[in-house]
Design a protein around this ligand. Structure first.
Ligand code: FES
Length: 273
């Protein structure tokens, strides 16, 4: 009989944002920065792709926002509860190397992906600058953790309730005007990644984004996660999820994400009944 995966720790980090540590040794022992896992709550549950945010012993951490039927259901789990399937690690790891100065940027719940990338870049001998941004101070997550990993950390909030009043893109622009940055990673909502990666274009800085299209099987078979990068069709689950930001067709990505919004709303209403 297939084993179940136990939730070791379940914490609410912010409004609708949850952090779970899940006992999944086969994922934890092989996970690298930039990779993700897919979990399924029960036999008939939908598959949920989530970035691997941290690893500790036999457990992996995922952070998610409860925004749809499946993630609302996931958010009802508590420590000691079990998950039917956890598959991973999936996707290609981040292109970690010794580049010099690297900037790792997280927006909103996308901040979840930043500690592992920053940690591996630091271990590779880079000077690591973190920028984390959220709509407001109460939605900012992992500040202490990023401060401990990064050489420098900058905070931005859209409403000015913490750090610099503005967007991560503003903080990045300021840094690029002052000094040389050799590589940039950006993880967040599609529009935030589009705008922020646009900032590095005139500076010619290689920039990676982690794309979050709808995923179903996570193995390159179903085609639901297709994105266009450099004019070619790619599958985010096996060719990514990280891609060269300056080659990504963000308009198509955002349009495809919207297709599912109405279906998701119906499912959510049913779950809430
Ligand atoms: Fe099915 Fe990527 S999720 S091909």
């Amino acid at each position: 009989m297939k084993r179940l995966y136990k939730v070791e720790l379940a914490t609410k980090l912010a409004d609708r944002v949850y952090e779970y540590w899940i006992h999944a040794p086969q994922v934890a022992h092989h996970a690298r920065a930039g990779q993700f896992l897919i979990l399924r709550l029960h036999e008939t549950g939908e598959r949920i792709p989530l970035t691997i945010s941290a690893v500790r012993g036999d457990a992996v951490r995922v952070i998610f926002m409860a925004v749809g039927k499946t993630t609302e259901e996931l958010a009802t789990l508590r420590a000691g509860d079990s998950i039917k399937d956890v598959a991973g690690p999936l996707g290609k790891p981040s292109e970690i190397g010794k580049y010099g100065t690297c900037c790792v940027i997280g927006g909103g719940v996308g901040i979840a992906s930043t500690p592992l990338i920053a940690k591996e870049l630091k271990e590779a001998g880079n000077h690591v600058i973190g920028i984390i941004g959220a709509r407001s101070a109460d939605l900012l997550i992992l500040e202490d953790e990023m401060r401990a990993i990064c050489d420098e950390l900058y905070i931005t909030t859209d409403d000015g309730s913490k750090g610099v009043h503005g967007f991560a893109s503003d903080a990045l622009k300021g840094l690029l005007n002052e000094r040389t940055i050799n590589r940039v990673w950006i993880i967040g909502p599609a529009i935030m990644m589009k705008v922020t990666s646009g900032v590095t274009v005139p500076y010619g800085v290689k920039t990676y984004v982690s794309l979050n299209p709808i995923m179903v099987d996570g193995t390159g078979m179903c085609g639901s996660c297709r994105v266009t990068v450099g004019g070619e069709t790619k599958f985010a689950c096996v060719d990514g999820p990280e891609f060269d930001a300056h080659q990504v067709d963000f308009a198509e990505l955002m349009q495809r994400q919207r297709i599912y919004t109405s279906q998701e709303k119906v499912l959510l209403e049913r779950f809430a009944e």
